[in-house]
Design a protein around this ligand. Structure first.
Ligand code: FES
Ligand code: FE2
Length: 460
């Protein structure tokens, strides 16, 4: 097996250049070519640069003032996905997206266009819908307070007692439109009319997801859970694989967790690429490929000649998942089939192009000390083109386990992750040290995120 041996103590290494000894994802992906299936170029790309090593103040997570500043300067100015296109497939469907005090109604007009409006009546400010409300069949929006109504395209429809409002100019008394755009089947909104276009904000994402377009996926599972921690603290628990050692020890046998690749593609987009089912050079003793094969679910079976455990596992999943999902995976590489490949889009969303790990995350602040974590499983639409309807959202309380969600194979892992947060929140408050100390490589995505956040907070 090729080895990327880099001696971390080498004095010639600049900061951030040290890597864990052992095969890197690039080595493992190069070895995958033996399958004859191409790995997408996006997964061969690498992009890291050192971004600093100063401590990051805990007050960024614990201070009410900092939290309030995010609501002043971050959330009203950044792109964020609000719903999937498939949540509003037909004219008159609607979906309410809430971010702090801001509430936005997404809908589809009679002409089939997606529109976003402030969830607030132009008359006296009544919210048209409750937070998080969804529905269908609206011919128009009628305010429940005094009955004024607007067409789905935002134009004024009717004012009861029109004689009392001679000062209203119909063309101006429209619903307040919010910018919206679509990528990968996600409907994004931005409350800032002067923000850059979504296509620019997304940086490499469209190019990197061209091999697994997320618009060709459907929502197979959707959960929403309150977490006991600041939204950034909880989100950052999912931006590195360093914690696998202590938090997910059952993964140590088969995953080179410390060899995970981290990429900083721009201010808004970062990635980790963690090989799974490829063995772990730090397991304590070298497992043979046969032992690894048995350890990843094939107990008592013999590894086919000439195959690695990773090759054999991917081949088996192409068959079994392909049959179960009605999708031909014969041209899908080992890495896309198996690996944990997570892209983070500033500020609060993660997208995984993988097949076995097809996760979507979104983190939204609730209070300085709590947040809402949504998870979707986005599975490929079957080859017959029949898109299953999006799964209903399941709400979990702060103490509820993901194991209560039917068929969620990653429930146990997610429980391990979320069980950390109450203690981390407490420890951040108990700290006698002003800030957290990040690893230069494995935690670089967290630093990149905070640098971008600062750019928003420093703008007037
Ligand atoms: S507040 Fe909406 S009609 Fe009066
Ligand atoms: Fe984790």
């Amino acid at each position: 097996m090729p080895q990327s041996l880099t001696d971390p103590s080498d004095p010639k290494l600049a900061k951030g250049e040290a890597r864990c000894p052992g095969p890197s994802p690039a080595d493992i992906i190069a070895r995958d070519s033996a399958t004859g299936i191409d790995t997408p170029d996006a997964l061969k790309a690498q992009n890291y640069s050192f971004l600093g090593d100063s401590d990051l103040p805990f007050s960024r997570y614990t201070s009410q003032e900092f939290f309030d500043e995010e609501f002043d300067k971050l959330w009203p100015r950044t792109w964020q996905w609000a719903c999937r296109e498939e949540h509003i497939p037909n004219p008159g469907d609607y979906y309410v997206y809430d971010i702090g005090p801001n509430s936005i109604v997404l809908t589809r007009t009679a002409a089939g266009d997606i529109k976003a409006y402030a969830n607030s009546c132009p008359h006296r400010g009544m919210a048209f819908f409750n937070p998080g409300e969804t529905g269908s069949g609206k011919q128009f929006f009628r305010c429940p307070f005094h009955g004024m109504s607007w067409e789905l395209d935002g134009s004024l429809r009717e004012i009861p007692c029109r004689w009392d409002f001679p000062h209203i100019v119909d063309d101006e008394f429209t619903l307040s439109e919010v910018r919206s755009d679509v990528w990968g089947g996600f409907v994004f909104i931005n409350l800032d009319d002067n923000a850059e276009p979504l296509a620019d904000f997304l940086e490499v994402l469209p190019e990197h997801f061209a091999h697994q377009p997320l618009e060709n996926r459907y929502v197979a599972m959707h959960t929403e859970k309150v977490l006991p921690g600041n939204w950034k603290m909880c989100m950052e628990g999912f931006l590195e694989a360093f914690h696998v050692l202590a938090t997910h020890p059952e993964g140590l046998r088969s995953s080179g967790w410390a060899n995970t690749q981290y990429d900083i593609f721009g201010k808004n987009v970062t990635r980790f690429l963690q090989n799974l089912s490829s063995g772990n050079p730090h397991y304590g003793r070298n497992l043979s490929e046969q032992e690894l094969f048995e350890g990843i679910g094939y107990a008592g079976q013999t590894l086919p000649d000439g195959m690695t455990a990773r090759d054999a596992h991917a081949a088996a999943l192409r068959e079994s998942k392909g049959a179960a999902m009605g999708v031909d995976f014969s041209a899908v590489s080992n890495s896309v089939m198996l690996d944990s490949i997570e892209y983070h889009l500033f500020p609060n969303a993660c997208f995984f192009p993988g097949i076995v790990i097809p996760l979507i995350y979104r983190f939204r602040p609730l209070t300085v000390d709590t947040c809402i974590h949504e998870i979707m499983l986005l599975q490929p639409v079957p080859d017959n083109g029949v898109r299953p309807p999006p799964a209903e959202k399941i709400s979990l309380g702060i103490d509820d386990s993901y194991t209560t969600v039917d068929g969620f194979a990653l429930a146990f892992v997610l429980d391990q992750d979320t069980e950390n947060f109450e203690r981390q929140r407490a420890g951040m408050k108990a700290a006698r040290k002003p800030g957290q100390t990040l690893g230069n490589y494995q935690e670089a995505r967290i630093r990149r995120f905070h640098l971008t956040l600062d750019e928003y907070l420093q703008k007037q």
